[in-house]
Design a protein around this ligand. Sequence first.
Ligand SMILES: Nc1ncnc2c1ncn2[C@@H]1O[C@H](COP(=O)(O)OP(=O)(O)OP(=O)(O)O)[C@@H](O)[C@H]1O
Length: 333
Amino acid sequence: MSIEITGVTKRFGDFVALEDVSVSIPSGQLTALLGPSGGGKSTLLRIIAGLEYADAGAVGIEGLDATALPARKRGVGFVFQHYAAFKHLTVRRNIAFGLEIRKRPKDEIRRRVDELLALVHLEQFAERLPAQLSGGQRQRMALARALAVEPKVLLLDEPFGALDAKVRKELREWLRRLHDEVHVTTVFVTHDQEEALEVADEIVVVNEGRVEQIGTPDQLYDEPANDFVMRFLGPVTQLGDLLVRPHDVALAPGADDPDAVAGRVARVVRVGFEVRVEISTGDQVVLATLTRTEFLRLGIGVGATVSVRVVPGAPVVPVRGSVVRSGLEVPAR
Ligand SMILES: Nc1ncnc2c1ncn2[C@@H]1O[C@H](COP(=O)(O)OP(=O)(O)OP(=O)(O)O)[C@@H](O)[C@H]1O
């Protein structure tokens, strides 16, 4: 394991930002810290970086106990959302900075910076000043600068957060390809579930100072540990005491199915290729998302009686604080 976080707690005054957090991050992986704003992702990243210290617990980096080490001795590279470049230095000099202060030989620096410029596709911008770059190019420069000193670990705090949606999407694909080339252990913070699902090898879901779940994108999507994780990863609807994804809700005309919940179609909205059907089951409104073809095959419309059930095998989780049909009590948190 490359980064080993054990029992980390961090308080700011009375406020508990992280509570007994333990996470193992394997070498060479791209790991996302995902969660809502204020959940503690950045605090965890800053504790790994050595920019913040835990009140309790330990941080190991590549087998070394880094708990009390200052940031500069941890071998980590860091990129923030708003990257502070040296405004008066060219892109080339910005990238070379870490190597220059380490007094590496000039020709080695030139060779390494050329490699990095190629890696982040900024060869033709080498002699520009940071102000003459776009936001996306600046973040790529920031990544090249962080990589220059060959960190053991690369830490990215919402690196594309300040960019517009299109550039953000391009850069996340680029980050994935970059990582496949460089393989440096990378941890990045995001509150965007799509970004995490698309880019990360593994996702750590952080909420209210705790880890809700750790898993691959598929594990999180197919086996969400609880209703928080399921809600955070995309649209959900409630059927009885269970949370389910609207595209995993199956409908049949009529109310003959004894294993299904009977309801009445309350609303039908077509959005592009999908049809969203709201079904009133008396005490609940359940949302089902169907393809247009499926919807037409059912031959139903507003007012129709339907049987509602969950597609067999689809992931469901009990709603926190509710009693599940099996009689299992799920404690409210
Ligand atoms: N230096 C500090 N002093 C006091 N409170 C802090 C400090 N740093 C963070 N916090 C609080 O700790 C909590 C966690 O903050 P953190 O930045 O880790 O969350 P986050 O999940 O990264 O959120 P965001 O996505 O908004 O950055 C927040 O409630 C924040 O206000």
